[in-house]
Design a protein around this ligand. Sequence first.
Ligand SMILES: [Zn+2]
Ligand SMILES: [Zn+2]
Length: 269
Amino acid sequence: MSAQPYFADLHIHSCLSPCGGEDMTPSNIVKKLKMLDVNIFSIADHNSCGNSKAFSIYAENEGLLFVPGIELQTTEEVHLLGYFPNIHTLEEFYENSVLPFLTPGKNDPETFGKQIIISQSGKVKDEDENLLSLSLMIELDELIERIRAIGGLAVPAHLDKNFSIISQLAFIPPYLKVDAFEIYMIDKLQKIKKEYLQNRKEPIISSSDAHHPHHLIKPKMRFWLKRLVLGEIFEAFKGSEDRRITISQTTYSKAKPSFSYGQGKAPWE
Ligand SMILES: [Zn+2]
Ligand SMILES: [Zn+2]
C-alpha cells in the first residue's frame, strides 16, 4: 500500500500559553481544523504540556490524530519543538526536563497573560502558576539530547523568525543532531537553506504557530502515511519507504507541493 497524504498543523498554542487566546480550547480549535481539512495536529504550548491530555482525548473522539508536543525556550532564547510517541512520554519529559528548569517565580497574568488549564470539555480547571513565558535554565544541546533520549523528535522552531536558532546563535552548530527544522514562511526556505542548511538532510516542516483561532490557516504541510496513526508520523520524519513530509507555498487547492523529503532529492540538492 502506498502512502497517502494527510494535512497537518504541528504548531498550535492553546489557552495555556500566556500569549495564546483564552478561546484556544479543544472545541474551538478542532472545529476550525475540521473546516480546514486538517487530519493531524499538535498543541505546542510554551514550556508546558498541561492541556495535552484534554486535547488528545477530544481529538480522538473527533477522529483527528493528535501528536503530543511542546515548544521550549532554551537558555539561549531559542525556541525548540519536541514531539513525543505518546502523552505519557511527553509528561515524563516535562517532569524531568522542563519543570526542574523553569525560571523560579509566579506568572503575573496582567503582564504575561493567563495560563489556563482546561478539561476535555473546555471548562477552566485551573491556572498554571509557573513562569512559562521566560527561558528554561537549560541549554539547547542538552534539551535536544533529552528529547531524543526519551524517543522524541527535536525540531528547532521557525528558523525564519525571532527566537530561532538562527536569530540567537547566527549559525546551526554542525554537531547538533535534530529530526527536522521548522520554517514559518515557505518562501524564505531557499535562502535559509543556502545560508544555513547546506549540509543538512533533515526534513523541513511548516505549521501555523497559531495563537488565536483566526491564525489557523489551510495547512501548508502534508504527511504521507500508510495509516493515520502516531507511529506513522515518526516514520515520515525518518522518510521510511514512501512515507514523507511535503510543504507547499500556498494552500493545497492552489499549489502543488514545492518540496519533498524522505525520498528522492529536494530541488536545491
Ligand atoms: Zn516560537
Ligand atoms: Zn509557537
